[in-house]
Design a protein around this ligand. Structure first.
Ligand code: TAP
Length: 430
């Protein structure tokens, strides 16, 4: 049996070791999920709703424990980690209302009517990245369970602890065995098995665009349903008519939140050239004021990166001689720290400007007018997120996914995406 040692990113000390599931164990978990699915589907909607509310209550009662695991195992600041545990509770509560609202339609047709039903697809495989282990788990888990599917979730190898505990809490809350399982292990083993196994009828993947492409190809071989939530390289556009003080004060939090390990990080700040100098003057103290340090401290705003390997990757975007305009500070000693860093001016072909860094590095680029800003913001394969600072609400619109994903869960209709619509004809004439 192989084991993975979870390190505390702030201290580099081991937190615990976790047994890695093998492909055979993944097959066994999928078989358990398939066996449990018919009974879960047949749980009366009101009872399924009650079980999801019990699950939410169990998460709520363990908020501090879950937050502590995320602080130790992922380096998330404790205030953020508490919010994340509470978010899992809220997502479960939100979707606990879904089973009783998963209604079909009546369609009048000659000689009778067609009645549609939302049938669960079966076993759902959920593949979760390391940057937001709790929220991203909940976004797939809750609507899938609400719609009557069973779920096998694979957390990221580096951050399995909160997902494993949430799996235990599901059982403690009364969800039947096999309905929601958490299987720690490697993406290339457990994740791949979820993609390849014919009994898994839908994959929900959040992660890099590169791995997402492979998963899409794997699902295509079986015409398997798939949701992809992928990378981003989002712009924060500041027009000259904006409140510059507020725009500069909040810009660091739009990119350095979770140490920049955020698909929605606004890692390109675009500033109208007439106010660039003033904006930079205001941005410098805001960046230097970000509280980087011990994630267990309530005052901390930014923790360490997830691993030494990831820190080396982030550092590759700031080689010696890089145009560092200014940067914040980090604690001395062990820990995978990287300071909040502002690069300007950057060349348009600088990888820090064109690629997803997934760390606390932001570029600042001037633009001349609205058309120029839109052209620069759109000059990326991604389309996930964005911020616009202006007093003209008419130009503050945003949209588009491009290579940032395919399909969306969440929202009131999310459970529908975990169902197949069955159509039954009911004759009303002899
Ligand atoms: P990935 O390396 O793509 O890993 C994501 C998950 O996929 C992990 O659980 C990983 O397992 C697993 N995996 C790796 N190879 C696999 C394979 N061949 N088959 C099946 N599963 C496999 O991403 P990451 O570095 O963890 O996360 C960062 C990326 O996620 C960034 O690009 C970020 O933008 C994106 N992200 C997007 C969103 C949204 S909402 N769009 C949200 C958060 C993150 P291991 O842990 O074992 O590698």
């Amino acid at each position: 049996m192989t084991e993975f040692t979870v390190l505390n990113p702030a201290t580099e000390e081991p937190v615990t070791t976790v047994a890695q599931a093998s492909a055979e164990q993944a097959d066994q978990a999928i078989a358990r999920a398939a066996a449990a699915q018919a009974a879960w589907r047949d749980v009366a909607p009101g009872d399924r709703a009650r079980l999801l509310r019990s699950f939410a209550a169990a998460v709520d009662a363990h908020t501090e424990e879950l937050a502590g695991l995320e602080v130790a195992g992922s380096g998330h600041p404790v205030g953020q980690a508490r919010w994340e545990a509470g978010h899992v509770r809220d997502v479960l509560l939100y979707y606990s209302a879904a089973p009783e609202r998963l209604c079909g339609r009546q369609i009048p047709v000659p000689g009778g009517l067609n009645v549609t039903f939302h049938e669960p697809v079966g076993v759902v495989g959920l593949i979760v990245p390391w940057n937001f282990p709790m929220p991203i788990l909940s976004w797939g888990m809750a609507p899938a369970l609400a719609a009557g599917n069973t779920v096998v979730a694979k957390p990221a190898e580096a951050t399995p602890l909160t997902a494993m505990r949430i799996g235990e809490l599901a059982l403690e809350a009364g969800l039947p065995e096999g309905v929601f399982q958490v299987l720690p292990g490697k993406g290339s083993v457990v994740g791949q098995r979820l993609v390849d196994h014919p009994a898994v009828r839908k994959i929900v993947f959040t992660g890099s665009t590169e791995v997402g492409r492979q998963i899409m190809a794997g699902c295509a071989r079986q015409v398997k349903r798939l949701t992809l939530e992928l990378g981003g390289k989002s712009a924060n556009i500041v027009f000259a008519d904006a409140n510059l003080v507020r725009a500069a004060a909040t810009a660091p939090y739009a990119v350095f939140d979770n140490a920049g390990q955020d698909c929605c990080a606004r890692s390109r700040i675009l500033v109208q050239d007439s106010v660039l100098d003033r904006f930079m003057e205001l941005l410098e103290p805001a960046v230097k004021g970000v509280a980087v340090g011990d994630p267990a401290s309530a005052a901390t705003e930014m923790g360490p990166l997830i691993s030494a390997a990831h820190r080396a990757h982030v550092a590759s975007y700031v080689p010696s001689g890089a145009p560092v305009a200014f940067r914040g500070s980090v604690p001395d000693g062990p820990g995978f720290w990287f300071p909040p860093t502002v690069l300007a001016p950057v060349r348009p072909d600088d990888p820090a400007y064109t690629e997803e860094v997934f760390g606390p590095v932001v570029t600042v680029t001037p633009f001349s007018d609205e058309a120029d800003a839109v052209a620069i913001a759109n000059d990326t394969p991604y389309g996930l997120s964005g911020s616009i600072w202006t007093s003209d609400v008419g130009r503050a619109t945003f949209g588009g996914f491009k290579q940032s994903g395919l399909g969306r869960e969440l929202g009131p209709d999310a459970p529908d995406a975990f169902t197949e619509v069955k159509n039954v004809f009911i004759a009303t004439e002899e």
